[in-house]
Ligand binder design. Sequence first.
Ligand SMILES: [Zn+2]
Length: 220
Amino acid sequence: MNYAMIKRSLLILLALVLALYANSTFYCEAREPKRIALTFDDGPHYKYTEQILDILKKYDVRATFFTVGTNVHRFPELIQRELSEGHEVANHTYSHRHMAELSEDEFRQEIEAWEEVIYKEHGYSSELFRPPEGILTDSERQTVEAMGYNVILWTIDTRDWAHNKVERIVDSVLKEARDGSVVLFHDFVSGESPTPEALEIIIPKLREIGYEFVTVSELN
Ligand SMILES: [Zn+2]
């Protein structure tokens, strides 16, 4: 074995060690992905829910829809699609009234009327509740928890309902994303929604940096 051969063998060995090291780093990351839950409030909506479902399907992502009872009643086929495509459907009250203005009885009715409509039309129930605007008094929280619900808020607010710009939504989600984040979007927005366009950018980017998309129940 001459000097050139030894040098070549050493280089091959070095390349093999580097390849093994790179592979093991990748393997560790792939084994423990960071998890994130995308959530969509206020739907279903005749236009945006369908668009959002198409995007989620295209990227094989499952999400959680905090639905409003009146819309559940109006768009049963969209609820059916959400359920059949593996998404989680959760309680966001029957008519999205301000919780602070309700008596305790009215508050209960808002939750129970949602349960009735979704059970009657889809045989489905949920243990997740998100109050309109994320606002809940301590006694309302106790009431809803006694009814068997987990109260779910969010860690990242995209402000898509206020027609936040697509770039700003993308920036804030990518900057604030952590393992265990819950991202607040809306699939019912009055006027033009930036949400579908933002999702087309956010989903592949989050996946590229190691995120796995889960439903809220899978996260908890
Ligand atoms: Zn809402």
